[in-house]
Structure formats: C-alpha cells, structure tokens
Design a protein around this ligand. Structure first.
Ligand code: HEC
Ligand code: HEC
Ligand code: HEC
Ligand code: HEC
Ligand code: HEC
Ligand code: HEC
Ligand code: HEC
Length: 395
C-alpha cells in the first residue's frame, strides 16, 4: 500500500519542478548543439560522447579532419614541446618502437610448465610460449602504457586482439602477470597468450591510449596515432590549421576545455581517467583498491570537490595537461591554499578551513599514496580527506 508521508508530499513537487527545469535547459542547450552542462544529473562518458559535438574518445569525424600534433607545433611551439614529454603523449606505441623492448630485447618468464620469451629482433617483436607438448609464436603489435607503472602488449589473431597475460614492470625490471588476469596456470598456449578482447573493449583500449583510432564511426587501430596527441583532447583540428596558415587563426578555433564548467571539466579528463558515473555503470560493486587508478572518481568523492556549490576543484587546479607531472608533493601547497585558509579553523564563505596540524606538504597527508600490489607500485589517492596516520584505503 502506498502511504504518502508529509515528508514525501513536501518534496515531490520540488523535485518535479527541478526535473522540469533541467529538461528545459537540456532542450535549450541541445537546440544550440551544446553540452547540457547545467544538468544536475551526473553523466557517464558514453552520455557525454553521444551528446556533445566533441568529447574525448568520440570517433565520428573522418580521418581527414585530423592534422596530427606535428602540425600544431609550428605555431603552438612551447605547448607542443612540453606535451611531447608527458607520459600521456607516450601512452602507446607500435611494439617495434617501444623503448622498453629496445632496452630489454630478450625478456623471459616461466610458470608451471610454461616458458615465455618476449624478443625484439630486426624491428620485430615476437612472443614465444612453450610447454611440454607445444610451441607457439606470435607477433606482438602494440605496447600500451609508457611504463610509469608498467606496459602491456597487444597481439592479434583472427581479427581478435589479445591483451598479453604478461606485462613489463619497471619495479621488477622484468615480466609478471598483467593486473586483472587470473593467477591460475593457463590451460592452453592460447590462454597463456592472454585475454581475447571483445571488439568494444579493444576499441576503448585504443580510444584511451591513442589518437584517432576510431574515425567516421569505425575502429581501425592501424590508422591511429599512438599516444594522446593534441587532437585527442582538442578534437580534430585540420580546419583550424588550414585557417591559421592563411592568417585566419581565429576562425575554426578548436575545442578549448577551458570553456567547460568545473563539473564537466573533471568529466572531460574522466573520459579516460574514469568518473564516478563511469565507475557506477562499468565496475563491479566491490571495486576495491583498484579504484585508486580512477583519479576523477576518487576526486569526486572529496569534500573539496562538492561541498560548496559549483566552486568545484578541477584537475587543472593541480595539473597542466601540457606539462609533465610535478612529483614534489609540497609544490602543490599553493593549489590547496588557493581555497584553504592558512590560519583559523572555521570555514567562511570565501575560504575553506585551515589545517589544525601542519602548514606545508598538504598532499603528503591528505592525498596519501597506497600500494597497488597487483601492479607492483604505489598510487596517489585523489580522494582528498582527513586521513589519520596509518589509515587504510577507504572505498
Ligand atoms: C599556423 C598557425 C597555427 C597552427 C598550425 C595551429 N594553430 Fe591553434 N591557434 C593559432 C592561432 C593564431 C590561434 C588564435 C589565437 C590564440 O588565441 O592563440 C589558435 C588557437 C588555438 C586554440 C584555442 C585557444 C583559445 O584561446 O581558445 C587551440 C585549442 C588551438 N589553437 C589548438 C591547436 C591545435 C590542436 C593545432 C594542431 C592540430 C593547432 N592549434 C595548430 C594558430 C595555429
Ligand atoms: C584520451 C584519453 C585521456 C584524456 C582525455 C586524458 N588523459 Fe591523462 N592519461 C591518459 C593515459 C592513457 C595516461 C597514462 C599514460 C601512460 O603512462 O601510459 C594518462 C596519464 C595522465 C597523468 C599521469 C602522468 C604521469 O606522469 O604519470 C596525468 C597527471 C594526467 N593523465 C592528467 C590528465 C588531465 C589533467 C586530463 C584532462 C585535461 C587528462 N589527463 C585527460 C589518458 C587521457
Ligand atoms: C577508459 C580509458 C582507458 C581504457 C579503456 C584503457 N586504459 Fe590503460 N590507462 C588509462 C589511464 C587514464 C591510465 C593512467 C592511470 C593508471 O595507471 O591507471 C592508464 C594506464 C595504463 C597502463 C599503465 C601505464 C604506465 O605508464 O604505467 C597500462 C599498461 C595500460 N593502461 C594498458 C591498457 C590496455 C592494454 C588497455 C586495453 C586492453 C587499456 N589500458 C585500457 C586509461 C584507459
Ligand atoms: C590531455 C588533454 C590535452 C592535450 C593532450 C592537449 N591539451 Fe591543450 N588544453 C587542454 C586543456 C584542459 C586546456 C585548457 C586549460 C585551462 O583550463 O586553462 C587546453 C588549452 C590549450 C590552449 C589554449 C591556451 C592555453 O594554454 O590555455 C592551446 C593553444 C592548446 N591547449 C593547444 C594544445 C596543443 C597544441 C596540444 C598538443 C601539443 C595540446 N593542447 C594538447 C587539454 C589538452
Ligand atoms: C588537489 C590537487 C590535485 C588535483 C585536483 C588532481 N590531482 Fe592528480 N595528482 C596530485 C598529486 C599531488 C599527485 C602525485 C604527484 C607525485 O607525487 O608524483 C597526482 C598524481 C596524478 C597522477 C599520477 C598517478 C598517481 O597516482 O600518482 C594522475 C594520473 C593524476 N594525478 C590525474 C589526475 C586527474 C585526471 C585529475 C582530475 C580528475 C587530478 N589528477 C586532480 C594532485 C592533484
Ligand atoms: C577549489 C577549492 C579547493 C582546493 C583547491 C582544495 N580544497 Fe580542500 N576543501 C575545499 C572545500 C570547499 C572543502 C569543504 C569545506 C567544508 O565543507 O567545511 C574542503 C575540504 C577539505 C578537507 C576536509 C575534508 C573532510 O572530509 O573533512 C581537507 C582535509 C582538505 N580539503 C584538504 C585539501 C588539500 C590537502 C588540498 C590540496 C591538495 C585541497 N584541500 C585543495 C576546497 C578546496
Ligand atoms: C602531517 C600530516 C598533515 C599535513 C602535512 C597537513 N595536514 Fe591537514 N590535517 C591532518 C590531520 C591528521 C587532520 C585532522 C586533525 C583532527 O582530527 O583534528 C587535518 C585536518 C585538516 C583539515 C580539516 C580541518 C577542519 O577544520 O575540518 C583541512 C582542511 C586540512 N587539514 C588541510 C590541510 C592543508 C591545506 C595542508 C597544507 C597547508 C595540510 N592540511 C597539511 C594532517 C596533515
């Protein structure tokens, strides 16, 4: 039986009114071909991709709409020079170009009866596996990841990509089981190669690690540019290059993420760094410490993120996506202190509260690093919060 409590009765009309308003704004925005950035409902990356003219990983533009990062360097020289040094720019490479495999042309590993050899010879990378009964050898096509934490390989058989069972880890200086793969012994040589990827999974893998792998709506890794180039964030910009070369740089301006609301700005980086909305849809409910990899999702849990209306903290408050990561945690203090007071305990309309414990190196205590054992590394927790000394990772 339905009981209408006064509480419900009071809240319902308000919610309906709000929903109506959001719908109206959505309509107005879609009429202008714009993002519904004022929507109160968190949107997943798929929803952003479907609803915006441009969003990272969108693949509707034709290949000819892309100019390539080298073309941008002619005019945006400093940005291009710095961005080329970032791990994002080097997030993938064709196997023969992978620095890790040049430096380590003979890698091996064994488990049970299985012996693995990952070898680079004459510009070709090959994975060989043998057990007592059989031998298998297959070409390695792609190296994913710039080896900050590790590097995983992609092979292809009958039009299916395989994510290698083994990855390289700099902390071990050798191969080990790829995070997420079973630690049980493989039953067959093909299982030892790795996990076959559904077409959509492979497409998403390249979507986050390369530029222009999906064009005119179809996925073809062979056409992509390895790594996150300018146009992975700014969208296809060949028309801008053409106009700018004719001295009309202000026509056909590429997408500038600085125009996004703070909420959408974090969703924008979260297109690859995974937002809470993405995690809610894609990930198992018991997502544990693995969640630390998803910086947008973690940041969105912080009170710095949400507590004060729309004065939200964005990734750009602390990171310049055009520059290599700053690794000295104390140098982030000025970012925290843009919002937090240095003295006094109470939050005001203008300032978030001051720390009662220390005056510098804020991130070292409030954004601690946790060990991610399966990846042989530690990572920074972007869930900014009060962490008591020794406190464990909090979901
Ligand atoms: C021939 C010179 C030239 C080339 C090549 C060029 N740009 Fe530009 N770009 C300009 C000029 C001029 C402007 C407008 C002036 C300004 O605000 O910087 C501009 C503006 C921009 C903006 C917007 C800045 C803002 O204020 O909103 C972005 C983003 C951008 N360019 C990205 C790119 C990318 C990505 C490429 C390569 C695919 C590229 N540009 C290639 C000259 C160039
Ligand atoms: C198209 C996908 C994509 C988008 C969009 C994206 N990133 Fe990344 N980012 C990556 C990948 C992939 C890596 C891992 C690169 C590697 O080490 O192989 C990464 C790594 C990073 C790193 C770590 C660098 C290091 O030294 O380890 C930072 C910081 C970062 N991204 C910030 C941002 C910010 C800020 C934005 C939004 C402006 C953003 N990213 C948008 C894909 C993306
Ligand atoms: C939704 C976007 C997304 C997808 C899909 C994705 N990655 Fe990543 N990947 C990232 C981001 C962002 C990072 C950096 C943060 C981290 O280490 O988790 C990263 C990091 C990595 C790293 C560590 C890089 C380093 O420098 O240590 C490897 C290896 C990697 N990815 C491999 C893969 C492979 C292989 C696939 C597909 C089979 C894949 N990723 C799919 C976004 C993605
Ligand atoms: C990981 C995403 C990402 C990549 C890759 C990227 N940009 Fe940007 N770019 C941004 C964001 C975010 C902003 C807005 C920064 C802000 O909020 O002020 C921006 C701003 C700009 C601007 C406006 C001027 C400025 O400095 O604010 C230009 C020009 C530009 N980018 C050019 C480039 C070029 C050229 C490349 C490649 C060499 C590139 N970007 C690669 C995310 C990216
Ligand atoms: C309040 C400051 C702050 C904000 C906001 C912030 N970061 Fe970070 N980020 C850091 C610090 C500090 C580190 C660790 C630097 C170090 O010690 O190497 C870091 C490291 C990273 C790394 C490297 C991997 C790791 O775990 O160490 C990635 C990737 C990253 N940030 C992505 C993002 C993205 C994407 C956003 C937005 C969703 C974001 N960050 C927002 C401060 C911030
Ligand atoms: C964009 C502004 C902004 C930035 C930048 C920012 N914060 Fe905050 N932070 C806030 C606001 C607003 C609150 C919530 C205050 C409240 O509700 O009383 C908050 C809350 C906190 C809290 C209390 C959390 C809790 O759960 O009680 C801590 C700790 C904190 N911030 C630390 C940091 C640190 C460390 C940095 C830099 C790495 C940082 N903040 C950067 C705005 C910011
Ligand atoms: C040595 C570790 C450490 C450092 C460094 C540190 N904090 Fe804290 N901070 C703490 C602890 C522990 C608490 C909780 C104190 C308590 O329980 O009363 C706290 C509390 C806070 C709070 C909550 C205050 C409140 O009234 O709710 C904020 C905000 C904060 N810190 C911000 C910062 C900022 C900004 C910096 C850098 C200027 C910083 N912290 C440096 C350990 C640290």
């Amino acid at each position: 039986m339905l009981m209408l409590t006064p509480h419900r009765g009071l809240f319902r009309p308000a919610r309906l009114r709000l929903a109506g308003l959001v719908y109206l704004i959505a309509l107005l925005n879609s009429a202008r071909g714009q993002d519904t950035s004022t929507s109160m409902v968190p949107r997943t990356t798929s929803e952003h991709v479907a609803g915006s003219a441009w969003w990272p990983t969108k693949g509707t533009a034709p290949r000819s709409a892309y100019a390539g990062s080298a073309a941008c360097a002619a005019c945006h020289r400093e940005i291009a020079q710095l961005q080329a040094q970032t791990p994002m720019f080097k997030a993938a490479s064709r196997a023969e170009d992978a620095a890790v495999l040049r430096e380590h042309p003979n890698l091996d590993f064994s488990e049970g009866d299985f012996r693995y050899a990952l070898t680079r010879q004459n510009d070709r990378v090959t994975l060989g596996i043998e057990n007592k009964a059989h031998v298998l050898s297959a070409p390695v096509l792609w190296a994913m990841g710039n080896n900050q934490i590790g590097q995983t390989y992609l092979l292809k058989k009958d039009d299916t990509y395989y994510e290698s069972r083994l990855s390289y880890f700099p902390a071990l200086s050798t191969l080990d089981i790829t995070p997420g793969h079973s630690h049980k012994l493989p039953a067959t040589l093909l299982q030892a190669v790795g996990d076959p990827q559904q077409p959509e999974t492979a497409q998403r893998c390249f979507g986050c690690h390369t530029t222009a792998s999906t064009v005119s709506g179809s996925f073809n890794a062979d056409n992509s540019t390895p790594g996150i180039g300018c146009e992975a964030c700014h969208g296809p910009s060949a028309a801008h290059v053409l106009a700018a070369r004719q001295g009309k740089g202000h026509a056909a301006i590429p997408f500038n993420p600085a125009t996004l609301s703070p909420r959408d700005s974090v969703d924008f980086c979260g297109a690859c760094h995974r937002t809470s909305a993405d995690v809610a849809v894609d990930m198992p409910e018991n997502l544990g410490i693995i969640g630390i990899r998803f910086s947008a999702y973690r940041l969105q849990r912080s009170r710095c993120w949400g507590a004060s209306g729309d004065a939200r903290i964005t990734c750009m408050a602390c990171h310049d996506p055009h520059k290599p990561l700053v690794t000295d945690t104390a140098s982030y203090d000025s970012k925290c202190l843009q919002c937090h007071a240095t003295t006094g305990h109470r939050a005001t309309a203008k300032q978030a509260p001051a720390c009662t414990v220390a005056a510098r190196d804020c991130a070292s205590c409030h954004m601690p690093r946790y060990e991610l054992k399966i990846a042989h590394t530690t990572m920074t927790d972007h869930f900014i919060r009060v962490v008591q000394p020794g406190e464990e990772y909090r979901r």
